[in-house]
Every structure is written in C-alpha cells, then in structure tokens.
Write a protein that binds this ligand. Structure first.
Ligand code: SAM
Ligand code: SF4
Length: 477
C-alpha cells in the first residue's frame, strides 16, 4: 500500500495507528521528512528528486530533524573524513531514535553503495538503506513502513528486518518530480557514473560506469524549468565532456550545449565537471560562441607534477593543462577558472608540491577546492607506497590555501570599478537587508537592494572586494 492510498484511509479524527515490524507509528498529519545531503551537486540533485517524489506522495519535507518522523542522510564517500562525519551523525541520531522509537531512520548514497555490510554492522538500528541506483524507490520503501508490511530484503547479519536496496547500475527512470532548493537556478543531471578510474577516486566504484541521459529528456526537463521561470541551469556529470560517448545518439556535449542554448527563457548555462583530457576544440569553440554559456569553467587539475598526475592516472600532463588554459583564455578572454587540487598524494615530494604551487601561480585560478589525499579502500592508489605523513600534507595544504587566497584577492581587487551582470539569487546570508547574486564568472556579489530584484538579471558596479565575495552597487534593472 502506498501513502496516497493510506492517506485516503484515514479516519475522521485524522488519527491512524499502524503496527509494522515493531514500529508503532501514530499518524496525525502527513509524515514529516528531513533529508540531509552530504557531498557534491549530484547528491543534491538526487536529494531534490527524493524530496519531489515524497512531496508527490503526500509527505511534508522539513528543515528540523527534531520534528521529523523520517530522517534520511543522503551520503557521500569522497574522503574518509566525510565518512567519519556521517557515522558520527548517525551516532547522534541513534540517541534520538532511542528517545523516539517510532522515528524511521535511513541512509542512502555513495557510502551505502560502497560498504553496505559495514553500514549495517555499524548502524544496525537503521530502518533502511538505499544505494545510488535505488534512491528513487524511497516513497515505496517508506510506504512499506507506514503501509502494509516490509517487502524489502532482510539484511544479512542483522537481527532486525531492515530494507536494503543496493543494486548496481540500475537504470534511473525519467520524468521524476523534483523539489528544487533554489527558485531561479537549477541542477540538471546529464549523465551518471564515470569511466575514468583516477587511481584515488571512489566515484566509479560507487556510481558505476558512465550512462548519458537521452538528449530529449534533458531538453524537456530544462524547457519545463524555463517555463517555470528558471533562468539558469547547471548541467551535471562527473565528466560532462564525455557526454554521449557510450550512447547510440550521435549527440556530444558540444551539441547538447547548442540545443540547451536555444531554449527560450533560459539566460545562463553552467556545467560541471569538465575533465581536462576530454575538453576538445569543438567544445571550446561552442563555449566561446554560445551567448548563454557562462564564462566560468571548473577544470580540476589535481596536481602540477607530471609524476603525480601519472600516478593519479589523470591522462594529461601539466604542459597539456597549461596549453588548454591558454587556448581557453584566447577563445574566452574573461573566463574564470576554478579547480580541485589534492596534496600529499603518495610519492609527492617537496619538488612535486612546488610544481603544483608554480602551476597555481601561473594559471591564476579564481578558486580552488583543496584536499589532503585520503586513501580509500578498493581504489588503486590505496595500494601505493610512499605515503606522505599527515603533518606534511597538512602543512602543504596550508601553504597552498595561503597562495590561492592571495591570488584570489588580487583577481577580485582588479574587478573594483567594473560593471558586471549578476543574477540576484536571494537575501544575503549575512545581512537581511542585503541581497546576493552571482556574476557570469560565478563570483558572489553582495549589495543593498529591494527583495523584488530576486530572480532578476541586473547590472551592478563592483565597489569593494574580498576573498569570498564582492560588494556591489545597483545601477540599473
Ligand atoms: N569528476 C571530478 C573530476 O574529474 O575532477 C571530481 C569528482 S570528485 C567527487 C571531487 C574531488 O574530490 C576531486 O576532484 C578530487 O580533488 C577530490 N578527491 C577525490 N578523491 C579523493 C581522495 N581519495 N582524496 C582526496 N581528495 C579526493
Ligand atoms: Fe573520480 Fe576521476 Fe571520475 Fe572525476 S574523472 S569522478 S576524479 S574517477
């Protein structure tokens, strides 16, 4: 029985008592669900889909876990630190469940896909787990708790019945509803998985091989968004540049951008992530040619040392990367470049790290996500010797961040006095009488303005700069 039917069966008082595998769940209003998302935009997108599906089934999504009847953590497993944070949060939720036994507690996403047995061993009090290809079954799973009994598989080694759905490479249905977090800018997944197997990375192990969504489904989703007033989309994939490679459709990423650019009402197109080795001339020309494609590219370099790039199995050299940056800047002079960098990869000597610092200085990134290498079980790099002591990695990370901040300050200062186009997104997080928006180059601008400007694309003059945001003044609407 699904929740829709179940809601119809409510008695006049609106109170229903259900007994289900030991749960005694008293329902007065629609069940309140709290979803916490860890990790990348892809996970956010999956959470938005789960929230949309639940909302369609009559659930109520809330922001406060204390008030929830169902708590779901949609997990990530890109580094060990994140995993520890998730297990520690689960420990806190266990206490909440002891106080409130009717609470339904679930885990979904990459951590579950990577180590389901370990999850069940460490958190046997969970009620359900869903892998990266099963997340959309959430309403059905909850329906089984709140409805007519458990149909899921019994967890191996678990003393209680728990719903466990962790299949690999299952096709994800199209056309699912979404409850989007933002009102004018939306994520749209164009592909799932990754074929690259960089030696340090979990993604191919937890999200499977690359599967591109059919072009027509992507375009339909974006057209619907544009009709609802969305002005910006970010196309998502672990390596968007290889979009369409494995599909029978003869549409590559450059073609897809061309189609999206024609959608009426849409004003801005972003995409992430671009693997440097797959960014060819055709895409570069399209980026330069299409008006709606924003002048920002996230282009993870990971290291500036050829020795380390080869150990990481990235498939390019620093010279190739530098040349790509030159060609990008030639084609799109105002382009802002951001990147990901890992320090302390096995075998990284001081001179390798110096190569990274030098590349960072020469390229002059507009932002960098910086990480200490984290060995992940099952990845090739976890077998490598010459591990770098944590203290050394930490020290390198500090030096890298310091350099990147200096570069960013310098770059942001050069924008003072300039007119830029921003899309006004929301009330400023820091001050309720200010608004914030983003430039086409993805820089945050804070300014004084009327709330009615939210959702508009306007011009502002940059009057001051900082590391994380610029300050602007409104000129015209
Ligand atoms: N697909 C993207 C690409 O090709 O660069 C990145 C995906 S990954 C989810 C995001 C970032 O996490 C990576 O770019 C990398 O810098 C970092 N990362 C991945 N595995 C890591 C590890 N084992 N240790 C430290 N950082 C890692
Ligand atoms: Fe991971 Fe490399 Fe794939 Fe990015 S391209 S998701 S870093 S394997």
């Amino acid at each position: 029985m699904f929740l829709d039917e179940f809601v119809k069966n409510k008695d006049d008082s609106g109170k229903i008592e259900m007994t289900n595998r030991g749960h005694n769940y008293i329902k007065r209003n629609s069940p309140k669900v709290y979803i916490r998302t860890y990790g990348c935009q892809m996970n956010e997108y999956d959470s938005e889909t789960m929230a949309g599906l639940l909302e369609n089934s009559g659930y109520h999504l809330i922001d406060n876990p204390e008030e929830a009847g169902v708590i779901l953590l949609n997990t990530c497993y890109v580094r060990e630190k994140v995993k520890h944070r998730i297990y520690s949060r689960l420990g806190e939720l266990k206490k909440l469940k002891e106080e409130k036994p009717e609470l339904i507690l679930g885990l979904s996403g990459c951590l579950v896909q990577k180590e389901p047995e370990e999850v069940l061993r460490r958190a046997p009090y969970l009620d359900f787990i869903l892998g990266t290809s099963s997340f959309y079954q959430l309403p059905e799973v909850l329906g089984q708790f709140l409805g007519d009994g458990v149909r899921g598989t019994k967890a191996k080694g678990s003393c209680r019945s728990m719903i466990v759905q962790v299949e690999e490479d299952r096709a994800i249905p199209e056309g699912m509803p979404k409850l989007r977090k933002r009102r004018f800018s939306a994520f749209v997944s164009i592909m799932r998985g990754c074929d690259n197997f960089c030696s340090y990375c979990n993604v191919p192990h937890v999200r499977g091989r690359e599967v591109s969504r059919p072009c027509k489904h992507i375009l339909r989703e974006i057209e619907e968004l544009a009709q609802k007033g969305y002005k910006e989309v970010t196309l998502l994939g672990q390596n968007v540049n290889s979009y369409g490679k494995e599909s029978r459709e003869k549409v590559d990423f450059a073609d897809l951008l061309g189609f999206v650019d024609q959608i009426e009402g849409l004003r801005r197109i972003r995409f992430t992530t671009s693997h440097p080795k797959d960014l060819g001339d055709k895409l570069l020309e399209k980026m330069a040619e299409l008006d709606k494609v924003c002048e920002h590219l996230h282009l993870p370099v990971q290291s500036g040392s050829n020795k380390i790039l080869s150990r990481m199995k990235r498939g390019y050299t620093r010279e190739y990367y530098q040349n790509l940056v030159d060609r990008l800047r030639q084609a799109i002079p105002e382009i802002a470049l951001t990147t990901d960098i890992i320090v302390g990869f096995p075998g990284e000597e001081e001179k390798d790290f110096q190569d990274t610092l030098e590349l960072v200085e020469t390229v002059g990134f507009d932002g960098a996500f910086t990480f200490c290498y984290s060995p992940l079980k099952g990845t090739e790099a976890a077998q490598l010797e010459e591990r770098i002591p944590e203290k050394t990695s930490g020290e390198r990370l500090r030096r890298l961040i310091e350099l990147q901040q200096k570069i960013l300050l310098r770059k942001n200062e050069s924008l003072v006095g300039k007119e830029v186009e921003i899309m006004v997104e929301e009330i400023s997080k820091k001050s309720s009488d200010e608004l914030q928006g983003r430039t086409r180059t993805n820089k945050m601008v804070v300014f004084k303005g009327r709330k009615e400007l939210i959702g508009n694309i306007i011009s502002v003059k940059i009057v001051a700069s900082g590391c994380w945001a610029l300050r602007g003044e409104v000129n015209s609407c």
